[in-house]
Design a protein around this ligand. Structure first.
Ligand code: UGA
Length: 435
């Protein structure tokens, strides 16, 4: 099948590359000439493990190419995926649909034969109907269908999530569109990954409901963790005991410094907004958004305790500033709350992050970037594990503690234990939800 993907951001690029790996003929289109040039010279503009090799394999096999020219790309295409950005709009917290609608208009102008226009970007309920309206207004005689196909990719595990999904969700209005979508995903179908075929609104809703539920699950365990600290319980044990109940499940019960990233913060806000507009307030989601901010601020208090009530004059080594490991993404990362508070309090901050420096240099002015955890912690007053990169999971703690001025550790991802820290010579250790 010939497939066009508009937008070579995270979702568009991963989807385009994976569809071509299914054997489809894929053309990825973007307005950004710099990005297209980069992709055409074999470089991936984002960091995602395994994506560059998979991209090159399919480019070399002649199934994948990149262009600025939508009209040319659309020649013979059966489906166009819109995977452009939907940032949170300033002021009202709404998803900004400008790019989605502009893409729909361009598709309507460029299409000649029947086409399925698939929205992959996360969009508010009702957007696919608007896409249909915009297209009909632009080219009234065009034969087309719209479809909603939300993605459930996690950054850092996107290829695996695409190739081995828990499910594929497809919202359609006609049998004809359902058939095109089934053909696109047939390779997964044959491997028995379930495809949920439903109406447009339900498909749009599934994405928001799933992300808000996961954000709630994380926030719930973060709240339990805070209580565990007060009553002397261990949140890791509590999560294990809860998670073994199949109805609860063990995933997304890791207490930490608050969720971040490009999805949960944006999608929870958008869902709360949709609720307000439809006079059906999403009270749990609204609470989750507020609590997550508190969780991030509580991390600052934790560090302050370990610094005897003042950051002034302290040297603090931060391990990890991206919102999670295996990404270079710092959007809504807890580090953006924690690090400025340390700097504002008069601390000297050193940062180690395997991928975060590029974005971090703009977002965290005033910190010193180092490549080595041991060098960063040398003569420091506090080491903070903020993102659980593998590089920070097996540190020689005795060596770290030996080189520090005052060996204290804030383990905000519960990678180590109080016993590990004590045995290594740390005089202070604090983690999340544990004695
Ligand atoms: C999330 C969803 O997991 C994907 O299914 C979805 O497709 C994606 O959003 C999206 O909407 O595009 P992602 O934001 O890449 O994916 O990352 P996650 O692995 O879900 O982590 C999100 C945040 O939650 C991170 O800050 C992570 O540290 C935190 N987290 C996650 C916890 O604090 N505890 C956990 O148990 C799990």
């Amino acid at each position: 099948m010939r497939i066009v993907v508009i937008g070579t951001g995270y979702v568009g690029l991963v989807s385009g590359v994976c569809f071509s790996d299914f054997g489809h003929d894929v053309v990825c289109v973007d307005k950004d000439a710099r990005k297209i040039d980069m992709l055409n010279s074999g470089k991936v503009p984002i960091f995602e493990p395994g994506l560059d090799q998979l991209m090159m394999r399919n480019v070399e096999a002649g199934r994948l190419r990149f262009t600025l020219d939508l009209t040319e790309a659309m020649e013979g295409a059966e489906a166009v995926f819109i995977a452009v950005g939907t940032p949170t709009r300033r002021g009202d917290g709404h998803a900004d649909l400008t790019y989605v609608m502009a893409a729909a208009q361009e598709v309507a102008k460029a299409a000649k034969d029947y086409i399925v226009v698939v929205t992959k970007s996360t969009v508010p309920v009702g957007t696919n109907r608007k896409v249909r309206e915009v297209m009909t207004q632009t080219t009234p005689e065009l034969d087309f269908d719209v479809a909603s196909n939300p993605e459930f990719l996690r950054e850092g595990a996107a290829i695996d999530d695409f190739m081995k999904p828990d499910r594929v969700v497809v919202g359609v209005e006609t049998e004809r569109a359902a058939k095109v979508m089934a053909d696109i995903y047939r390779p997964l179908y044959l491997r028995e990954f379930p495809i949920v075929v439903t109406d447009l609104e339900s498909a749009e809703m599934i994405k928001y409901a799933a992300n808000a539920f996961l954000a709630t699950k994380i926030t719930f365990i973060n709240e339990i963790a805070a209580l565990c600290e007060k009553v002397g319980a261990d949140v890791k044990q509590v999560a294990k005991g809860m998670g073994l109940d199949n109805r609860i499940g063990k995933n997304f019960l890791h207490a930490g410094p608050g969720y971040g990233g490009s999805c949960f913060p944006k999608d929870t806000k958008a869902l709360a907004r949709i609720g307000q507009e439809n006079a059906s307030p999403m009270m749990i989601t609204e609470a989750v958004i507020a609590i997550n901010e508190q969780v991030k601020r509580r991390m600052v208090d934790k560090l302050l305790d370990l610094c005897d009530g003042s950051f002034n004059g302290k040297t603090i080594a931060i391990m990890g500033v991206t919102f999670k490991p295996n990404t270079d993404d710092m959007r809504d990362a807890p580090s953006l709350t924690v690090v400025p508070a340390l700097l504002g309090g008069g601390a000297k901050v050193r940062v180690v992050d395997p991928q975060g420096r590029h974005e971090g240099e703009h977002l965290l002015p005033g910190v010193e970037w180092l490549d080595d955890p041991y060098a960063a912690s040398e003569h420091s007053d506090l080491i903070v594990i903020l993102t659980e990169w593998n590089e920070f999971r097996a540190l020689d703690l005795t060596r770290i503690a030996g080189g520090m001025k005052t060996p204290r550790m804030a383990d905000l991802r519960n990678v180590y234990s109080a016993e590990d820290a004590r045995n290594a010579g740390f005089e202070g250790y604090s983690s999340i939800g544990r004695p």
